[in-house]
Design a protein around this ligand. Structure first.
Ligand SMILES: Nc1ncnc2c1ncn2[C@@H]1O[C@H](COP(=O)(O)OP(=O)(O)OP(=O)(O)O)[C@@H](O)[C@H]1O
Length: 585
């Protein structure tokens, strides 16, 4: 229960609801107990009538009165049970909501490295499966515990009052029931976890097949994919059947134990009645109802124990996750000014998951308002430079200085707010084109969106869609071409009007003519801003104020287009190669 103490702050937050729920539970139980007492009363009335103790009129009147009491009490008990569920189960939903938000906030704080080290499925599980297990503890487990405890205490007092000996005999099988249900619940949980694993394997398989359907069809491997699905589905079916087998034991076991208790009541109660130890046969009827009333709560003891164990394990995973410190922390609370003077001084950086040294003693500087182009072979460390400017990772050696202040001494929010980043793989959300562009600046109006799209040379494409800027993208919407995606992603960075613009090979999917137009537009937008363009094309770099060439994490050439085309090296070769490609078209 140590791990579950994390939830105490939430229980405290919703203490009023919980208190009301507990009071209602106790009162509801009291009302439900009217039934057995009045059943006994009915037996006494019948006995009295049979012995000629009351007139037929009085008999009818007393009988009707008892029945009305039973119905009335059952109705009130049922209404209160409804409110009990409302109070306590709602609390569990509030806690589930709070916990999900707490986890999600932590996800947002954690650095990129964390996401590299954990699989998406596991990350999703924490916020869905684990939280829902914890909710079962915060809601049903607590509700049934209050219910069981209050019912048990009240019923036992009533039973002992009526016949202590009969009480003892009838409650003996109940702990056995509890233990059996506990064992069954554990086994059910074990098997349903396996079933869940198979279900998620099946859905991942299906999802991947749907996403990669064009590859599957192009390679003609539909039948092989179907066979793979069939064998996975068959395994899943086996696991489901094995779960159903254990589940099937649940109710027969309950019925067996209730039956045994009932038989004990009838046999022992009957003997006591014959011996004159209990005065009315109504006591036996009363006890039968008590036993039936107790069976479900007693069974839930086993069920609740297994729920608490599962919740404890889930909460442990959640607690461990909540304790993780983000690698990149904002230690500066005050606002810091960022204008766009960037200096890299002997920067080295190694990715700790792969141990690949992406940058090795890199030094360069860009002044506010300048454009720097970064070229080099694939894997030479170009994107890493951009990631380091956005402080997605902290460097190992050297320093990155922005406006004469080290990057880690800047307010992280200010830093990231000053950057407009266009990644290599443009990522667009399943939302409208307009909202995807506005993602860069939530306060932008429709005109700003159109202007940004025009500058990114994508406006003409967007207005051709039936719903224009309101066209939905993603799974249920249309699919943009690679080049269109890149340009929407550029518009998103432009609309932010940041101090620093980072373009990571984001014109690779557009033709050179459109590239030229975008670059012209960018030179206008980037006035007074610092731009860093990572590219494989000379055409993207030629107008830059400075060009650096990376090879294996080191700067091997540095200069302007005019100086570099006159020096033998990577840039000149690339220039001549791309020049001959263009002229041969
Ligand atoms: N997140 C990462 N984790 C581990 N290693 C990485 C990561 N990102 C890049 N690397 C490695 O670091 C090196 C530099 O990668 P980087 O992406 O900076 O190269 P690049 O010049 O941008 O390449 P490209 O032109 O293909 O985009 C590569 O060897 C790459 O495998």
């Amino acid at each position: 229960m140590k791990e579950l103490q994390h939830l105490n702050k939430y229980f405290l937050k919703y203490k009023t609801h919980l208190l009301i729920g507990t009071i209602i539970t106790i009162v509801a139980r009291l009302f439900l107990l009217f039934t057995p007492r009045y059943i006994k009363q009915i037996f006494i009335i019948i006995e009295k009538y049979l012995k000629g103790g009351i007139t037929p009129e009085a008999y009818k009147y007393e009988l009707t009165e008892a029945i009305v009491y039973i119905i009335g009490a059952a109705l009130i008990g049922a209404i209160l049970t409804f409110f009990m569920r409302q109070a306590i189960i709602n609390v569990s939903r509030y806690i589930e909501f709070d916990l999900k938000n707490e986890i999600y906030e932590q996800y947002q704080k954690l650095s990129l490295n964390f996401y590299k080290k954990n699989r998406t499925g596991d990350l999703m599980n924490r916020i869905t499966e684990d939280v829902s297990r914890v909710r079962m503890y915060a809601g049903p487990a607590i509700m049934y515990s209050i219910n069981t405890i209050s019912l048990f205490i009240i019923v036992i007092i009533y039973m002992v009052n009526a016949s202590p000996k009969l009480t003892l005999y009838t409650i003996v099988p109940l702990p056995i029931l509890s233990i059996i249900i506990y064992k069954l619940s554990k086994e059910i949980h074990k098997r349903s976890t396996i079933v869940q694993e198979y279900l998620s394997k099946l859905s991942t398989f299906t999802q991947e097949s749907f996403s990669g359907i064009s590859v599957i069809k192009a390679y003609g491997i539909e039948s092989q994919t179907a066979t793979n699905f069939k064998s996975l589905a068959a395994e899943s079916k086996e696991k489901q059947i094995s779960l159903a087998k254990v589940q099937a034991w649940f109710f027969p076991m309950m019925i067996l134990l209730i039956g045994t208790s009932n038989l004990l009541v009838i046999y022992i109660g009957g003997m006591q009645y014959i011996n004159g130890e209990i005065e009315t046969i109504g006591t036996i009827a009363e006890f039968i109802i008590y036993v039936n009333m107790l069976t479900w709560p007693v069974a839930t003891v086993g069920w609740v124990t297994s729920i608490v164990q599962q919740a404890e394990a889930s909460q442990k995973r959640i607690n461990e996750f909540l304790k993780i410190e983000p690698e990149i922390k904002n230690t500066i609370e005050v606002n810091t000014k960022i204008t766009g003077n960037i200096v890299f001084k002997n920067v080295s950086f190694t990715y700790d998951d792969t141990n690949i040294q992406a940058l090795n003693d890199v030094s360069f500087s860009v002044k506010e308002g300048e454009t720097l182009a970064v070229l080099g072979k694939t894997g030479s460390g170009k994107s890493t430079i951009l990631d380091l400017i956005g402080r997605l990772y902290d460097i190992d050696k050297g320093s990155i200085i922005i406006n004469e202040t080290k990057i880690n001494e800047h307010n992280l929010t200010n830093l990231r707010d000053s950057i407009g980043y266009v990644p290599q793989d443009a990522f667009l959300f399943s939302d409208t084109i307009k909202n995807n562009i506005k993602f860069g600046n939530q306060d932008a109006n429709d005109n700003d969106v159109i202007n940004a799209a025009k500058k990114a040379q994508v406006h003409k494409n967007i207005i051709k869609f039936n719903n224009g800027y309101d066209t939905t993208l993603g799974e249920r919407g249309i699919t943009l071409s690679g080049g269109q995606k890149q340009r929407v992603s550029i518009a998103r960075a432009i609309i932010k009007s940041p101090k620093i613009l980072l373009f990571d090979d984001c014109l690779s999917a557009v033709d050179t003519e459109t590239e030229e137009k975008i670059l012209q537009g960018l030179s206008e937008i980037s006035k007074g801003k610092t731009s860093i363009i990572v590219s494989h094309r000379v055409s993207s770099a030629k107008n830059a104020d400075k060009i650096i060439i990376l090879d294996n994490g080191k700067i091997v050439q540095e200069g302007t287009h005019d100086t570099l085309i006159n020096v033998d090296g990577y840039y000149k070769h690339l220039y001549l190669k791309q020049l001959s490609e263009t002229s041969s078209k």
